[in-house]
Design a protein around this ligand. Structure first.
Ligand code: BTN
Length: 238
């Protein structure tokens, strides 16, 4: 995997340092350890099998045999107060490679099914680092996935090629952030105009998804009012 990744890499920095495992509880946890040790910008942790994957909001992330799981440590242009924006950047990068739409805040949907999740975490020491963790789950349901995309998940060589493409897309998106992030994310935002259920930590709102604010909040129309939501899970109704 390491040699294949090196051969496929076209990035300036992302993936130049890479830890490769057959099995690991969580690439996100390992990448956080490396970040705390002051690892280089772009350091990647990849594992063939993840046994205790972490999802958003403290959830567990289950991977299939054909999942591509990795985390990358970003250290350039990190402003802790705006660190949440990297999950939108990562969503766009993922979409650049696999297509589909983006369900706010950062799920990639293909044919309206979630095929990938993104977890972004922040470490402040020894200097601010955002850890972008991506899980691309291609193996659960063969019916809704393009065959060429599924094929890319099956062999280590194809994993390397897909990982290299994702890292290049993320690096390009990082270089274009923040000018293009809002505009491009809005262009691919899923469920606009549709009825959705939005579950925040304190409430549940059902309404019409209107769009995304200039500060990346979800805008939902409900009862004649516009609600601006900073953190939530969103589901389509119907
Ligand atoms: C979500 O809840 O949708 C986000 C899932 C993120 C999963 C990825 S897999 C690679 C990295 N390592 C983890 O433990 N989690 C992220």
């Amino acid at each position: 995997m390491r040699e294949q990744l090196s051969a496929a890499l076209q990035t300036r920095a992302l993936g130049k340092q890479c830890e490769v495992f057959d099995t690991l509880p969580s690439t996100q946890t390992r990448a956080a350890e490396l970040a705390l040790q002051g690892c280089a910008h772009g350091t990647v942790v990849y594992t063939r099998e993840q046994t205790a994957g972490r999802g958003r909001a403290g959830r567990t992330w289950l991977s299939s045999a054909q999942s591509l799981c990795f985390s990358v440590v970003l250290r350039e242009h990190i402003h802790p107060a705006e660190a949440f924006q990297w999950s939108f950047v990562a969503g766009l990068a993922l979409r650049d490679v696999i297509g589909g739409d983006l369900k706010w805040p950062n799920d990639v949907l293909i044919n309206r099914r979630k095929v990938a999740g993104i977890l972004c975490t922040l470490e402040l020491s020894p200097s601010p680092a955002v850890i972008v963790g991506i899980g691309l789950n291609l193996g659960f349901d063969p019916t809704h996935i393009d065959q060429s995309l599924r094929a890319a998940a099956l062999s280590p060589a194809d994993h390397a090629a897909t990982l290299a493409a994702l890292l290049l897309a993320l690096e390009r998106r990082s270089d274009r952030h923040p000018e293009h992030t809002l505009r491009d994310y809005r262009a691919h935002l899923a469920l606009v105009g549709e009825s959705v259920s939005v579950l925040t930590q304190t409430s549940k709102i059902t309404g019409t998804l209107e769009g995304m604010s200039d500060t990346f909040e979800l805008i939902v129309q409900h009862g004649g009012a516009r609600h601006f939501i900073a953190s939530a899970d969103v589901w389509p109704l119907g």
